[in-house]
Design a protein around this ligand. Structure first.
Ligand SMILES: Cc1cc2nc3c(=O)[nH]c(=O)nc-3n(C[C@H](O)[C@H](O)[C@H](O)COP(=O)(O)OP(=O)(O)OC[C@H]3O[C@@H](n4cnc5c(N)ncnc54)[C@H](O)[C@@H]3O)c2cc1C
Length: 459
């Protein structure tokens, strides 16, 4: 294993916490969300602020170690840690400052979604983000950021005002619509390819603190009819409504009726941001379709709904995902979905089908690097086991399900990509955007210093 000595670190001016193999907290700090990755970095530098990030980049240059950047540590393919690498860990950078008058939030790179929500909700505000509270704001935003309020308020990047960023040369720059606009275009979807973002500035949207939200359950055997009904019903949905469909064995959670525990179910989970009465009226036909075995779609605090999926995606379990966008839920796609879902073996496997559209689709395709604004639905086919036992079989199930949908693949959300190679990254952006991103990479990181990511190679 490559070694970085203390003097070398000292000379860069780094003053944060340094963790090396053998240190008592080495095993804690090298761990990321996906337990299927057990990687051993040469050294972990835990940054306390921007000057540490600048120092860490200099250390990367001086040591010649490959550099992995970690914020929330939720990369599906484990791209925030690597063997024998310098791991630049931003998770100690936890500052959030909401300005309730200006309706903006300044958010440091180590902040998790739940931590951001807590601060914005103190003022009845929100920043569009994702659906699991322990995900990192940084990685999520840099890839786009899809979540419960996106159909009304857009992606996370659609409310991004500016970023502070440390380049591959260790330079501190800002990017916004008025300053380094090319870079600002690139960081809104282009991931960590252009530098380390130390702080994000978002516009907050007025939301209040309550939403009408939660799952309606049917037995999975009825999924074909439920999905056909759902597809037609949701086609008329206003932007206030966002839905996710889940197929899984019902988890033994307090909010799930006990008689369903372990039984295969299909759930349509709603989140209505707007007038509750109007929402109840719109959602009623769904609740009255067939004979749901449980209906937990009720007015509740937004913070409660944002945390709903936390118990399903516990850190440390083994996970594997493959994703694709489809234009619509055709009969063929529904039939494949039902057939494959009935084969789910692990009680932990739970995969979302995301309803896209609304405000996401009203931003011009070229305005940001994010690709896929016209997607109808996003399949995030994922499997999970407690540890290695049964993992290979679940992974095979994911791959085979994904392949069965191949004739209808339209694109893929870059944050839902696995370790699938350069051509898949190109597909995620499409050829024109990818070329534009490569030119930007050539300008900001010609040596591909930041390459442990969904990599865009310099042109
Ligand atoms: C349980 C779970 C739920 C999820 N839910 C959603 C969801 O609802 N919506 C959605 O859009 N996505 C979702 N995702 C996907 C998520 O957006 C990505 O996995 C994202 O990369 C996670 O960001 P992170 O900071 O936690 O990850 P990390 O693993 O820390 O980083 C991910 C990537 O971003 C780079 N990176 C991280 N921080 C920085 C930085 N400050 N500057 C530059 N580059 C950086 C890393 O190098 C790495 O390549 C989910 C993922 C998980 C595991």
């Amino acid at each position: 294993m490559a070694v970085v000595d203390a003097i070398q670190i000292d000379e860069t001016g780094f003053r944060g916490h340094v963790v090396r193999p053998g240190d008592p907290d080495y095993d804690v700090q090298r761990k990321i969300w996906n337990g299927s990755f057990d990687r051993y970095p040469a050294v972990i530098v835990r940054c306390a602020g921007v000057s540490d990030v600048i120092a860490a980049v200099k250390l990367g240059r001086a040591s010649d170690l490959p550099v992995a950047v970690r914020s929330g540590g939720h990369s599906f393919p484990g791209l925030s840690v690597a063997d024998d690498a310098l791991m630049i860990d931003l998770s100690p950078m936890k500052g959030v400052r909401v300005d309730p008058e200006k309706r903006t939030a300044r958010v440091q790179a180590g902040v998790l979604l739940g931590e951001l929500d807590r601060e914005t909700q103190a003022f009845g505000l929100a920043v569009p983000s994702g659906i699991v509270t322990h995900t990192g704001v940084a990685g999520l935003t840099l890839g786009g950021g899809i979540g419960w309020i996106m159909r009304k308020h857009g992606l996370s990047i659609d409310q991004l005002v500016s970023v502070d960023l440390v380049t591959a040369d260790g330079e501190f720059v800002k990017a916004s619509a008025d300053e380094n606009a090319d870079l600002f275009w690139g960081v809104r979807g282009g991931g960590g390819n252009f530098g380390i973002v130390t702080e994000f500035e978002f516009r907050c949207v007025p939301l209040g603190t309550q939403v009408l939200a939660g799952p309606v359950f049917w037995p999975m055997q009825q999924s074909a009819e439920v999905l056909r009904f759902y597809r037609d019903w949701v086609a008329e949905a206003p932007d206030e409504l966002m839905t996710i469909v889940i197929h899984r064995k019902a988890p033994p959670l307090p909010f799930v009726p006990e008689e369903l525990h372990g039984k295969p179910v299909v759930m349509v989970i709603c989140c209505w941001v707007g007038d509750v009465e109007e929402g109840e009226k719109f959602i009623r036909p769904l609740k009255e379709f067939g004979s749901p075995v449980a209906d937990l779609c009720l007015p509740k605090p937004y913070l409660t709904h944002q945390a709903m999926f936390d118990p399903s995606f516990v850190p440390g379990r083994w996970y594997y995902f493959k994703s694709c966008d489809v234009a619509e839920l055709s009969d063929e796609i529904i039939d494949i979905t039902v057939e494959r879902s009935l084969q789910i073996s692990s009680p932990l496997t739970s995969f979302p089908i995301w309803q896209m559209g609304g405000a996401v689709g009203r931003v011009g395709e070229d305005e940001t690097a994010f690709n896929g604004r016209t997607a109808g639905f996003t399949y995030n086919i994922g499997a999970s086991t407690e540890a290695s036992e049964g993992f290979d079989e679940e992974r095979e199930w994911v791959r085979s399900f994904w392949s069965a949908l191949e004739p209808w693949h339209e694109g893929v959300y870059v944050n839902f990509l696995g370790d699938e190679g350069a051509e898949r990254v190109r597909q995620a952006y499409g050829p024109e955007k990818y070329d534009r991103l490569r030119a930007l990479k050539q300008k900001y990181d010609p040596d591909n210093f930041f390459r442990i990511n969904q990599n865009i190679s310099p042109s």
